[in-house]
Ligand binder design. Structure first.
Ligand code: EPZ
Length: 420
């Protein structure tokens, strides 16, 4: 297991480019199952989670190919016999594999996908995914930890989600595109990654309207064709890099960003005193002399994203004042708190709320990553902490950030990866 070693105190300067969005790439790669032939995707980030999704697709019989492991081009061929199954040993390592369910049922009439089980940040049930597929006529059985879904022919229907779910919306949308007739989905997730998936499906011949709003209407079609598509930039990586500039007292241009996808994050960073300006297809963050404490409440898009909560908490740990952070999406997404406290932060948890009392400075220490965004939060804190911080279990980081330590080193951070 690797660890990341940081010597804090360097203000970051320069410019850095954002990679393709993990949470767009995963459902989009799964959508290749909906068409016969080979689809080509560019700007596919080189991440552990993407590698897992490609493995899931290969296990089913797809051909997957990356142009060498440095370029961002990925091809998926769905040509031969497909076994519509996703095994437990893969799904348990990456729960988003569950998004193969919709395409498999729609295209092959059946799917056997392991229940993803919970993860560090919460129980993360998939009841809404299954509710949606049932509304389209799929028969669902849960046996031996697997979801078995069958449908001779899915039929359009009305799906009203009880809970706003990103991958639930994506799963049902991918099932509905080949259903007979019209589907209306209500209370949908509005994330840019949902909109991006709909864009790809429409390029394949689907007829989807309303993606990015809470009501999505889909006219089923008989078949889809393969696609060529470049994945949009990762708004959470972009937000993480903006916070790196802010927490280190630096001035960084984060390139290849869709600014409107970061409105809630940029608004909060401006409230802390950062100067954020649009420049050359990106966003520049100039850290303030004095970081003001701000309150954060995570909500579904376009509200403040839960995937940026841990990163803002690291920033607030060295702000002037007290910040109240409420996590409303996941029930256990504060595992970075005790690790930040090891670095000298003063954070207390009260249920779904963390109270962050800003401290003058942090001091380096060995800390342990517990989940993807927690690992980013600890690295950000290490950039600020006096002395050396060792972040262990960085396999969590590698799930969702492409070479983050080399990007930060390119901005002047004293950071390296070591064998733990
Ligand atoms: C997606 O997860 C993202 N992952 C997550 O990013 C992100 O944190 C999350 O959306 C929220 O924005 C991908 O897109 C691959 P949800 P997802 O279904 O779809 C409850 C990261 O760090 N729920 O929107 O799994 C659920 O328990 C990852 O990149 C049900 O109750 O999240 C949670 O409380 C972490 N029943 C809430 O809804 C369901 O059937 C939101 O979950 C589905 C969800």
């Amino acid at each position: 297991m690797d660890k990341i070693v940081i010597k804090g105190g360097q203000a970051l300067h320069g410019e850095v480019q954002v990679s393709g969005a993990k949470n767009a790439a995963l459902p989009i790669l799964a959508s290749a199952l909906l068409a016969d032939g080979t689809s080509t995707y560019r700007n596919v980030p080189d991440l552990a989670d993407v590698a897992t999704m490609l493995k899931v697709l290969r296990t089913m019989g797809c051909d997957t190919e990356r142009d060498g492991d440095t370029t961002d081009v990925c091809r998926i061929g769905v040509n031969g016999h497909i076994t519509p199954e996703a095994p437990y040993d893969l799904v348990k390592t990456m729960r988003a594999s569950v998004v193969v369910l919709g395409p498999l049922v729609a295209r092959f009439g059946r799917a056997r996908v392991s229940m993803p089980g919970g993860c560090a940040i919460g129980a993360r049930p998939i009841d809404q995914h299954l509710k949606g597929l049932k509304a389209l006529g799929a028969e669902i059985h849960l046996t031996e930890g697997y979801v078995e879904a069958t449908a001779k022919q899915l039929k359009g229907g009305t799906v009203n989600f009880d809970v706003i779910t990103v991958t639930g919306t994506e799963n049902v949308m991918m099932a509905a595109v080949l259903a007979k007739g019209r589907t209306v989905m209500e209370n949908c997730a509005r994330e840019p990654e949902v909109e991006e998936l709909a864009k790809v499906l429409n390029k394949m011949g689907a007829r989807i309207e309303g993606a990015g709003t809470s009501i999505i209407t889909i006219e089923g079609v008989d078949g889809l064709k393969p696609v060529e598509h470049a994945i949009l930039p990762d708004r959470i990586e972009a937000g993480t890099l903006l916070v790196a500039a802010a927490i280190s007292g630096g001035n960084v241009l984060v390139k290849r960003v869709v600014p409107e996808h970061l409105d809630a994050v940029v608004e909060k960073l401006r409230e802390t005193g950062c100067t954020i300006t649009a420049e050359a297809g990106g966003l520049r963050c100039q850290a303030p002399q004095r970081l003001e404490a701000v309150n954060i409440t995570t909500t579904e898009y376009p509200g403040f994203p839960t995937d940026m909560q841990a990163q803002l908490m690291a920033l607030m740990s060295v702000s002037q004042g007290t910040s109240v952070i409420s996590e409303n999406i996941f029930e256990n997404r504060f595992m970075h708190v005790p690790e930040l406290d090891r670095l000298g932060a003063d954070i207390s948890i009260q249920g779904h709320t963390a109270v962050v009392k800003g401290v003058k400075g942090l001091s380096g220490a060995p800390v342990m990553a517990t989940d993807l965004r927690a690992s980013a939060s600890l690295i950000l804190a290490g950039l600020r902490a006096e002395g050396r911080t060792d972040v262990s279990r960085v396999y969590h980081l590698d799930r969702g950030y492409e070479r983050l330590e080399s990007k930060l080193r390119g901005l002047g951070a004293d950071i390296r990866r070591e064998k733990a």
